[in-house]
Design a protein around this ligand. Structure first.
Ligand SMILES: O=C(O)c1ccccc1N[C@@H]1O[C@H](COP(=O)(O)O)[C@@H](O)[C@H]1O
Length: 215
């Protein structure tokens, strides 16, 4: 028997959403520190919410092209377990962040076509995990969290030497198919389990986790 698929619920913004996600079996919770996002939390607010996350659930701090002073202040304020780098961070920058701040790093790589998979390879030795997400369209307001899927067939037959998560436009309705097609053992979702931008829906989170683990 294989282990259950791990689910990351990204962009939780209040205690009720955290409770629902944890009760439903989320393995990771994502806290968003990108100010333009509807899921943005101030470090002060996030630190209050993160204190009550049970041990065993990984608290991920999502940042976009954050500089060292910003990261230092953030990690001084919040008890994050992992950093998610969701911007244009180079492999050298990922290595620097990991060494300087001493936390495991999830580097996000955006995929639109097969060429983007070559970029992914550059991060395999510097990142603890890779998050394979949809490359944002040029006119997108956000670098992620847009509810857009990429062609999952691009990942068929791929294997990487480090753990990875699949993201981008996942929903309770499509996550099972996405897992079957890609072989993902970890999935990440934000807008697909919301009733409005930034508002997590308890039923959709539970349905998503159930579908992923049945997947
Ligand atoms: O969710 C956001 O607002 C966000 C903002 C900036 C960078 C990343 C963001 N979200 C991440 O994007 C993926 C995919 O989101 P979705 O499921 O397609 O809505 C999500 O898993 C978050 O990690």
């Amino acid at each position: 028997m294989t282990d259950a698929v791990h689910v990351k619920i990204c962009g939780v913004t209040n205690a009720a959403a955290i409770d629902s996600a944890v009760s439903a079996g989320a393995h990771y919770l994502g806290f968003n520190f990108y100010p333009p996002s509807p899921r943005y939390l101030t470090p002060e607010r996030a630190s209050v919410l993160m204190r009550d996350v049970p041990a065993g659930v990984t608290k991920v701090a999502l940042v976009v092209d954050a500089q060292n002073d910003e990261l230092g202040a953030l990690l001084h304020a919040v008890p994050a377990d992992v950093l998610q780098l969701h911007g244009h961070e180079s492999p050298e920058r990922v290595a620097e962040v990991r060494a300087r701040f001493g936390l495991p790093v999830i580097k996000v790589v955006g995929i639109a076509d097969a060429d983007d998979l070559a970029d992914l390879d550059k991060y395999l030795t510097v990142s603890d995990q890779i998050l394979v997400d949809t490359k944002p369209p040029k006119n997108a307001r956000l670098p992620g969290g847009n509810g857009l899927a990429f062609d999952w067939r691009l990942l068929q037959g791929r294997q990487w030497p480090c753990p990875w998560l699949l993201a981008g436009g996942l929903t309770p309705e499509n996550v099972g198919a996405a897992i079957r097609l890609t072989g993902a053992r970890q999935v990440d979702v934000s807008s697909g389990v919301e009733s409005a931008p930034g508002v997590k829906d308890a039923q959709r989170m539970a349905a998503f986790i159930q579908a992923a683990q049945a997947g």
